[in-house]
Design a protein around this ligand. Structure first.
Ligand code: ADP
Ligand code: MG
Length: 274
C-alpha cells in the first residue's frame, strides 16, 4: 500500500513551516482556547501550531491539566478555538456552526474514549452500527449490519457480535468501541486515554489494533499519560500549560505483537515457578 510506505515528514520540519511534501490532514495555526465562565478565565491552550500528515500515529502527552483533552476536543470538532485557525482536510473548520461541525465529525472522524461509552442494553453489533444512522450516506439495514460486522472482524470480535457489553471484558469492550469509531470510514481516529482503564497485556492488545489500523493508512491521534503506551506511536508530542514543549519521532517504537509475546512468555514462566 503506497500510503503506508510514504515517509512521514520529520516533526521539526513540519513545525518550522518549511514546505512539506504532503498536504497535512490537520493544520493548526496558533490555536488558543480560553474557557470563560464569567468570573474566571482559563487559558487552556496557548498558541499551538501543528501539522499532522496522513498516516501519522501521534501520542499527545502531558501532566493532568496541561490541555490534552481541550486540544483533542478542538481536533475532534467538539469545540471551537477562541482564536486561531484549524484546517481539517483543507477545510477551515474554525468558524463552522454546530450542524456543520457535526457533519464533519460524522464524515471524517472516529472517536474512542477511556470509558468505552457503549450502550449497555445493546449488542456489540448494534453498538457498532449506531453511527451509520447519522451518516450522510443512506445505507440499507443489511448494508449497515454488513459494515458493522466487517468492523468487528477488523478488531477480531466478529464472534462476539451478539454479546452485550456486560458479557465482554474491558479490552473487548474497547475493541467494540474502536469498531464503532471505524464504521463510517473516518480519515482520522481520535482517542483520549483509550488504555486508561486497561492492564498492560490488554493495553498491548488494544495498541496492536491501533497499529494494524495505522498500517492500513488511518491517521491516529491519541492522548495518554503513559510513556510506554506512547512508545507504540510514531510521534510523541508533549504539552505543558497549553503549549507544545516537545515534538519527536519515536526512534525504536514498541511493536504490539512482540510485546504481547513477551508478556505471554513472562506469564507462562510465572506459572511454571508457582
Ligand atoms: P488534561 O486533559 O491535560 O488533563 P484539560 O484540557 O482537561 O487537561 O484541562 C486544561 C485546563 O483547562 C485545566 O486547567 C482545566 O481545569 C481547564 N478546563 C478544562 N475544561 C474546562 C471547562 N469546560 N471549563 C473551564 N475550564 C476547563
Ligand atoms: Mg484529559
Amino acid at each position: 500500500m503506497g500510503a503506508a510506505a510514504a515517509p512521514v515528514a520529520p516533526a521539526a520540519e513540519a513545525m518550522s513551516g518549511s514546505t512539506t511534501p504532503m498536504t497535512a490532514v490537520v493544520q493548526l495555526e496558533d490555536i488558543h482556547k480560553i474557557y470563560d465562565s464569567g468570573e474566571v478565565q482559563v487559558h487552556a491552550v496557548r498558541g499551538i501550531s501543528l501539522d499532522i500528515n496522513a498516516g501519522e500515529f501521534i501520542a499527545i502527552m502531558g501532566a493532568s491539566g496541561s490541555g490534552k483533552s481541550t486540544l483533542m476536543n478542538l481536533l475532534g470538532c467538539l469545540d471551537r478555538p477562541t482564536k486561531g485557525h484549524y484546517r481539517l482536510g483543507g477545510i477551515d473548520v474554525s468558524n463552522l456552526n454546530a450542524n456543520e461541525l457535526a457533519d464533519i465529525r460524522n464524515q471524517r472522524l472516529g472517536f474512542v474514549f477511556q470509558g468505552y461509552n457503549l450502550l449497555a442494553r445493546t449488542t456489540a453489533l448494534e453498538n457498532v452500527e449506531l453511527p451509520t444512522l447519522y451518516s450522510k450516506r443512506r445505507l440499507s439495514t443489511r448494508e449497515m449490519e454488513a459494515r458493522a460486522l466487517h468492523c468487528l472482524d477488523i478488531v477480531g470480535l466478529s464472534q462476539r457480535a451478539g454479546h452485550f457489553p456486560s458479557q465482554l471484558s474491558g479490552g473487548q469492550q474497547q475493541r467494540v468501541a474502536i469498531a464503532r469509531a471505524l464504521v463510517n470510514e473516518p480519515q482520522i481516529l481520535l482517542a483520549d486515554e483509550p488504555t486508561g482503564n486497561l492492564d498492560s497485556k490488554t493495553s498491548a492488545e488494544v495498541m496492536g489494533v491501533f497499529q494494524k489500523l495505522n498500517d492500513a493508512g488511518i491517521t491516529i491521534v491519541m492522548v495518554t499519560h503513559e510513556l510506554d503506551i506512547a512508545r507504540y506511536c510514531k510521534r510523541n508530542l508533549i504539552i505543558r500549560d497549553g503549549r507544545v514543549v516537545s515534538d519527536i519521532q519515536v526512534a525504536d517504537r514498541t511493536v504490539a505483537e512482540v510485546e504481547i509475546k513477551k508478556l505471554q512468555e513472562a506469564e507462562a514462566a510465572a506459572k511454571l515457578t508457582a
